[in-house]
Design a protein around this ligand. Structure first.
Ligand code: AMP
Length: 113
């Protein structure tokens, strides 16, 4: 089955999510294990495995995901926030459907772990 990830199942409505934003290109929902008071994931409806596999034809979609991330942060009342895209298991990616983490609502240290 194409995109047999947990996010594919969410996109197909096979498992629920706590949705905060949706449009024809992407879906945003709350992370099930939040790392901060606000922790939202923005995912494309197109099943791109990771940023490593994004193609030139995905340029507009990738830009859209970042604009939606900023929109969601504002919607959640955040002035300061962090966006994270983990690419590959060694970088912490556990779900192989591209997603942008939007994290905020507490002080965020740098560098990350
Ligand atoms: P990453 O480690 O960058 O691949 O991020 C995957 C994220 O997906 C983690 O922060 C998980 O907590 C989150 N996650 C996994 N399953 C679900 C789910 N069913 N609903 C919401 N978030 C999830």
């Amino acid at each position: 089955m194409a995109d047999d990830t947990i996010f594919g199942k969410i996109l197909r409505g096979e498992i629920p999510c706590d949705e905060v934003y949706s449009d024809e290109q992407c879906l945003a929902f709350r992370d099930v294990a939040p790392q901060a008071p606000v922790h939202v994931l923005v995912i494309p409806r197109k099943p791109i495995e990771s940023l490593r596999s994004g193609a030139a034809e995905d340029a507009a979609l990738l830009g859209h995901l970042l604009l939606v991330a900023a929109r969601v942060a504002k919607q959640e009342g955040l002035d300061d926030f962090r966006t994270v895209i983990n690419s590959g298991a060694g970088a912490g990616q556990t779900v192989f459907h591209l997603h942008v983490h939007v994290i905020g609502g507490r002080p965020l240290a740098w560098p990350p772990g």
